[in-house]
Write a protein that binds this ligand. Structure first.
Ligand code: ADP
Ligand code: MG
Length: 390
């Protein structure tokens, strides 16, 4: 276990005692994630390839027997929120507590007996940066309750329940990637995930051993998933699948893409969305085979192609994300792309170790010159998925 997580666990356990007057029964951690490749494919039943970040949400939890749920976040300046389990209802809560309350609601709705809980949590996952603080929050609560109430659910099952919490209870139409990444990723690996059946393959991904780094550049431009744009893209993809007579765009083979685009006729916007999703699934498969054949540097151009597709076909980039990618490539990056839902958040950059410093400086200088808020850059190291800390 990392020292940072151990320290965070001490802190949340201490604060739990102060808040609720007794010790927690345990402490759990769930990470944020960065998606290496496979963007906006998860709600099209396609492929994704996230890995877990060292940034985690850590929660101290104890059961209650009186049907009450008390929630507190060290990152929100407010007293604990107290809820009654029988009164939890979808879209009744517009605040942060909808995420953990939604998980409890989803577990109970699936028939699991939860009698109540006290929860205090703290997170190092930046919120709204495209690194999935919402999934980390959901998964840490789901895993804690799974353990304490001995529900025996597997990681992918917890992920499904967390997705249901976010889709139905919070009201954000997100796919299954984020929750599965937080629940199922492994240290030192990227997760090749088929979002149709949640079958998984852990792919060793140790860039440091090969003299490379993956930088995450948080543009500080905030996105909001419940915003209309995400829903519009999703609806457009569903329209494309319906027009093509398939269950999901995953079912359009890359080899049949041109013929499929022809059949979409003058549906220009749908054509662009379909082209992104079908080529993106193929890019995930290319990245997997490059990594499995030992050609890690070879994934760089595939990442960059993915960015062009998100910018030009899916149209969800923004000037700050494009600036990171363009500046990084001009400064010698092996590849770069926006990551996450889009319209802000973070970009990733694959880079030789020796290029990290000049590249970071160049991106900062470009942002300063454009009058953008200074970006925050860190090296992403594939880290453990959700686990019990104590
Ligand atoms: P992302 O998942 O990309 O960070 P989202 O908009 O999906 O962005 O989720 C961010 C929301 O999750 C925040 O607005 C907040 O409601 C909730 N959240 C995440 N982390 C915490 C935390 N540590 N404490 C309280 N709420 C949190
Ligand atoms: Mg989220």
């Amino acid at each position: 276990m990392s020292e940072a997580v151990a320290r965070a666990a001490d802190e949340v356990a201490d604060r739990f005692r102060e808040l609720y007057g007794s010790a927690p029964e345990g402490v759990w951690a769930a990470p944020g994630r960065v998606n290496l490749i496979g963007e906006h494919t998860d709600y099209n039943d396609g492929f994704v390839m996230p890995f877990a970040l060292p940034h985690t949400t850590v929660a101290a939890v104890a059961r209650r027997e009186d049907g009450r749920l008390r929630l507190h976040s060290a990152d929100i300046d407010a007293a604990p929120v107290e809820l009654t389990l029988d009164e939890l209802a979808p879209e009744s809560d517009k605040g942060w507590t909808a995420y953990p309350a939604g998980v409890v609601w989803a577990l109970r709705e699936a028939g699991h007996e939860i009698d109540g809980a006290d929860i205090h949590l703290a997170s190092t996952v930046p919120s709204g940066a495209g690194l999935s603080s919402s999934a980390a929050l959901e998964v840490v609560v789901a895993l804690a309750l799974n353990d304490l109430y001995a529900l025996g659910l597997r990681g992918w099952q917890l992920a499904r329940l967390c997705q249901r919490a976010e889709n139905v209870y919070v009201g954000a139409p997100t796919g299954i990637m984020d929750q599965t990444a937080s629940a199922c990723c492994e240290d030192g690996h990227a997760l090749f995930l088929d979002t149709r059946d949640l079958s998984q393959k852990q792919i060793p991904f140790d860039l440091a051993a090969e003299g490379m780094r993956l930088l995450v550049v948080d543009t500080q431009v905030k996105h909001a998933h419940s915003d209309g744009e995400y829903g519009k893209r999703r609806a457009g993809c569903e329209k494309g699948a319906a027009l093509l007579g398939v269950d999901a765009l995953r079912d359009v083979a890359y080899e049949e893409l041109d013929a499929a685009l022809d059949r979409l006729g003058d549906e220009e916007e749908v054509r662009r969305l379909v082209r992104h999703v079908v080529t993106e699934d193929q890019r995930v498969e290319r990245v997997v085979s490059l990594l499995e054949s030992g050609d890690t540097r070879g994934i760089g151009p595939v990442l960059t192609e993915g960015h062009a597709s998100l910018r030009d076909d899916f149209r969800i980039s923004c000037p700050e994300l494009d600036m990171v990618v363009d500046t990084a490539l001009a400064t010698g990056a092996l590849g770069a792309r926006m990551t996450g839902g889009g319209f802000g958040g973070s970009a990733i950059v694959l880079v030789e170790e020796a290029t990290v410093a000049p590249l970071t400086a160049a991106v900062e200088a470009a942002f300063a010159q454009a009058g953008f808020t200074a970006p925050r850059t860190f090296t992403a190291v594939p880290s453990p998925g959700a686990h019990r800390v104590r």
